[in-house]
Design a protein around this ligand. Structure first.
Ligand SMILES: *[C@@H]1O[C@H](CO)[C@@H](O)[C@H](O)[C@H]1NC(C)=O
Ligand SMILES: *[C@@H]1O[C@H](CO)[C@@H](O)[C@H](O)[C@H]1NC(C)=O
Ligand SMILES: *[C@@H]1O[C@H](CO)[C@@H](O)[C@H](O)[C@H]1NC(C)=O
Ligand SMILES: *[C@@H]1O[C@H](CO)[C@@H](O)[C@H](O)[C@H]1NC(C)=O
Length: 643
């Protein structure tokens, strides 16, 4: 047995070396599949707008890798297939137009930059532009990117004779918003774990387990610099994601460590923590998180949390019994205090029963506002020389029905670059987006958070709430300098529900501001009712600001216009992103009438040889409808039709 063992060790050592080299060569990496058969390494060059990749696969045959829109299907994905044979590397840009060998693109946009085959592994290195201007390539954007991958154990005979894969998969990654951690010095950092304590994973498909945990005993203030997941060996398939919340308040010993099913948390003394600010978040495939070197999350200061609520999501689709888990998160901190304390504010729609989404809707938008009045009051005196706060990361969050979400930034009516966007939201992959450049928010700025939902698979209305079948519409922004005791800047609108009740259910009484009676009625949603509700929602002109503290305690409050503020108006929208590609390539002309609901941002009106700005036309002529009547031949050039 000695010889095989020796060989095995050699092989193992060799393999580790290959990965270790790639780890230092590239800024980011991700293991693509649970068995770690394929790994991805990459580096983003923002100036050249290119990404360099290395794909490592446990095969000496061909390797496939690419980008998919949406669900991770092979059909419709932009892929490369390559291999190493007789010391030569092969790689071709292809497009999977059907369930067959993806044909090669006429325009080859992936450049093979290196290759290696050794120790039973193949490494292919290649490079491409964010936007190749080829309609058969997928544009690489900020937010979640779905990657697809595959391999075979044999090299192909030729570029047109490639055997069907023996291994394939898909997963989400943050390609352009990952942390570059090559220059971080961790000397002198301390750590403590926050984990569940031998939880028996319930024999049901989905469990959210909520555990109250004590933070470390600290003599003085420290800064959290990093956190990373601790996943108990063997339980990788069960541990799906976790959120760590701050917990303020007083608790007794028996509240700690045991935990409860989060569905039953309402009566626990720590129930409120679930609505508090998030300290750390991780989901399947997520990575380690580092704070920027000039900021850290403070512990041991007067308004820092001393306790934490760990919300662990377990996935047990096979209903396996008796699985015990102690997974969680490891927090790293330093007493070498950094320049700024950081904090997290959640923006968007207040999570309560007045945030509702009718069933069977392909596309439904919810919008929450962090209003001028609120930012004026909470951000007025900070220690930044330029004033306000700087945002360095964002965690976009909805539950199962969410498909896309983004946050706009407005100053005196002028729209500034977006804070964050995710056009391919994946509930099963919620990682923190690192902003490419920090964004300064000034007192008086306004933030508008949009969430797009698909409720086609629901028969009942979806209400705002903490269960994953309920919905949320939030953006947790990570910022500095910390504003003590402020955890949210959100809004709520009661009008749409009240109007719907008035028209369709006049006998129903609202009895508490905490309870929307629509949420537990058996409603037969007619098209008319949905259309009315959509209109009531789109007509909202004033909202209740939820600015750290809420004054809404009575039904009279929820009907009191004096407690509302006007929603932000964008008078000067962001011009459409200029495409670097020849326009003909992206031509997507649509009749304006069909596009009437588009916001200004995505359209430029073109007719004859004149090029006009859609928004200024709308401003001049009123609605898009009247504009259409005036110029029936006006066509929209659709840059990025998302809303
Ligand atoms: C990291 O920091 C420590 C002490 O702060 C220093 O001694 C060490 O040389 C640093 N390491 C690197 C690689 O810069
Ligand atoms: C889980 O139980 C085992 C066996 O009783 C024990 O050794 C271990 O410390 C427990 N783990 C935690 C995190 O409590
Ligand atoms: C609603 O309120 C009215 C007036 O207070 C009352 O007469 C009626 O019985 C209430 N209806 C229900 C269903 O509670
Ligand atoms: C809301 O409550 C705060 C604190 O209790 C109070 O200062 C403020 O005046 C209230 N606002 C309104 C509009 O009632």
């Amino acid at each position: 047995m000695a010889v095989p063992l020796f060989l095995l060790l050699c092989l193992a050592a060799f393999q580790t070396t290959a990965s270790a080299d790639l780890l230092s060569e590239y800024a980011h990496h991700a293991v693509l599949d649970p068995a770690e058969k394929m790994k991805l390494f990459w580096t983003v060059d923002w100036d050249a707008e290119t990404v360099s990749f290395a794909v490592e696969a446990e095969t000496t045959g061909w390797v496939g890798f690419g980008f998919s829109t949406g669900s991770g299907q092979m059909v419709g994905s932009d892929v490369v297939i390559g291999w190493v044979k007789d010391n030569k590397g092969y790689l071709k840009d292809r497009f999977a137009d059907q369930k067959a060998l993806p044909p090669m693109d006429k325009q080859q946009d992936y450049e093979l930059t290196g290759f290696q085959e050794s120790g039973g592994k193949t490494v292919l290195k290649f490079k491409r532009k964010f936007d190749t201007c080829d309609s058969r390539d997928i544009k690489l954007e900020q937010g979640v990117t779905k990657v697809v991958f595959a391999y075979h154990t044999e090299d192909p005979v030729s570029e047109t004779d490639i055997k069907h894969h023996v291994f394939r998969g898909a997963r989400s990654i943050l390609l352009l918003n990952s942390m570059d951690k090559r220059d971080i010095n961790e000397t002198g950092w301390s750590t403590f774990p926050l984990t569940t304590k031998n939880v028996t994973v319930p024999t049901k498909e989905t469990t959210y387990w909520c555990t109250l945990l004590k933070g470390p005993q600290l003599k003085s203030k420290v800064h959290i610099t990093k956190f990373e997941p601790i996943i108990q060996k063997g339980n990788e398939g069960f541990v799906h994601h976790f959120l760590l919340y701050e917990c303020h308040g007083n608790f007794v010993d028996k509240d700690f460590d045991q935990g409860v099913d989060c569905y039953n948390i309402a009566n626990m003394p720590y129930a409120k923590c679930q609505a508090a600010s998030i300290v750390a978040a991780w989901a399947v495939g997520g990575e380690v998180f580092y704070y920027p070197t000039h900021a850290g999350f403070p512990l041991g200061s007067s308004d820092s949390p001393r306790n934490f609520l760990l919300e662990m999501h377990y996935d047990n689709p096979e209903n396996l019994a008796g699985r015990v888990d102690s997974s969680g998160v490891r927090i790293y901190y330093t007493d070498q205090l950094r320049q700024y304390d950081s904090g997290v504010i959640s923006m968007g729609v207040k999570t309560d029963e007045w945030h509702i989404i009718p069933p069977k809707q392909k596309s439904w938008m919810s919008v929450g506002y962090c209003t001028e009045k609120c930012t004026k009051s909470i951000m007025k005196s900070t220690s930044l020389p330029e004033g306000g706060v700087n945002v360095f990361a964002a965690l976009l969050h909805t539950h199962l029905a969410g498909v896309a979400l983004w946050t706009k930034h407005v100053r005196n009516g002028k729209e500034l670059p977006e804070i964050a966007r995710d056009n391919n939201y994946d509930f099963n992959f919620q990682d923190i987006q690192i902003l490419r450049k920090e964004i300064n928010i000034q007192p008086g700025d306004e933030l508008i958070h949009y969430c797009k939902y698909d409720s086609m698979d629901r028969n009942k209305l979806i209400k705002g709430g903490i269960s994953s079948r309920d919905e949320m519409c939030l953006d947790f922004i990570f910022y500095y300098p910390r504003i003590p005791n402020i955890r949210y800047c959100q809004s709520q609108a009661f009008g749409p529900s009240y109007k719907l009740i008035d028209k369709y259910f006049p006998d129903v009484n609202v009895t508490s501001v905490k309870h929307n009676p629509l949420t537990n009625m058996n409603i037969d949603w007619t098209d008319e009712m949905v259309a009315d509700f959509r209109k009531y929602k789109d007509d909202v002109k004033n909202v209740f600001p939820i600015c750290g503290i809420t004054n809404l305690t009575t039904i009279a409050d929820s009907k009191n216009p004096d407690l509302t503020v006007p929603i932000p108006k964008i008078t000067d929208p962001l011009p459409p992103e200029k495409s670097k590609c020849a326009q003909a390539n992206r031509a997507s002309w649509t009749n304006c009438r069909e596009r009437a609901s588009l916001t200004c941002r995505f359209c430029t009106v073109v007719w004859h040889v004149m090029r006009c700005d859609w928004c200024s036309l709308v401003k001049r002529y009123g609605t898009t409808d009247s504009l259409y009547h005036m110029y029936p031949h006006v066509m929209c050039f659709d840059f990025n039709a998302n809303y």
